[in-house]
Design a protein around this ligand. Sequence first.
Ligand code: PLP
Length: 395
Amino acid sequence: MTGFALNPRAVGIEEEGAFAVLDRALALKAAGRPIINLGIGQPDFDPPGHVLEAAAKAAREGPHGYTSPVGMPALREAVAADLTGRFGVGVHADEVVIVPGGKVTIFLAAMLFGGEGAEILYPDPGFPPYREAIAFSGAKAVPYPIREDRDFGFDAEEVLSLVTPATRLVIINSPANPTGGVVPRAELDALAAGLEAHPHVAVLSDEIYSHLVYDDADFASLLAYPSLRDRVILLDGWSKTFAMTGWRLGYGVWPKALVPQIRKIITITHSCVANVAQIAGLAAVTGPREPVERFRRTFAERREAVVAGLNALPGVTCRAPGGAFYAFPNVTGTGLSSAELAERLLEEADIALIPGESFGANGRGYLRLSYAADMAQIEEALARMGEFLAVNGRS
Ligand code: PLP
């Protein structure tokens, strides 16, 4: 209690669980504990060298002033050209809005589509800022289930059944946090077809893990659906693709008519993204992509080890995630709740990971492990989990 009279909607925001786990893990580590952190969702690589060089040059030589609120023209053009090349749909620079981190596009979309009386659909389990941003806007946050038996995808019919006249936005995330699930193209086809009956509903497609897709997972971008082209907002950025989480750089591709609205909000909030970050982002998008492929291959190898290791643990089953860098094992067979297991693995086995319920009620019974850690740490963590469960698990 602060003693101040505060906005209840702001007071009601729940902190993203991953940051609390990160703080605890760092504090325990500083106190000398051999913590292995599988809780945090950020690549454990450095950004590509040419990106760092471009940023260093920009820091020395400028420009140092504000940029356009929606981003440097050269960067917007580079992003548009990149997407046009990747997805074969014409994307124009004036649809692209550069923001300080992919997350900001979620907040902007919630501000624009939300408010009293509105309903916004979001995945459960899902990235926690979806629900919090919707609720903060005053809209009703309506969860739709992400299902393990669909390889952590959704049933389009089930999503569509939740649409009402008050629904303004549906949030889709593929590849997904926290499950690594990739929504198959056929399911996106069904969603797109069903939404034709609801022309008032826009779609926020969070594709921030779109460069991290494994095996033959059937990833498709919702931006490439002609029937949705004028009502999809694409969220992506540099954090996961180029290992630039701390640079705070992301973008949204917005229906052109909405860009002036977004621009207004930016002028009363952050004004623009830091020059250096934008110039680094330009070097990333226009430069060689070999580092991105190297990151992906490294994650793919770790994924094999994590999935095999988890499935060998007593009471644990884990589907091979099609994308991102998360595994979402089902731990109901251990006889321990996911909350207790996460807590005790931290306290008794020095492993930081996140209980599934941090991502919504449907996440109960699962853990989220990030394999953005090196192979030696992953193997050590799996060995410690095995020892812990041998003593404390059901079998
Ligand atoms: N969307 C999803 C699904 C994420 O998992 C994350 C980060 O964890 C973001 C968006 C936001 O990324 P950024 O760090 O660029 O804000």
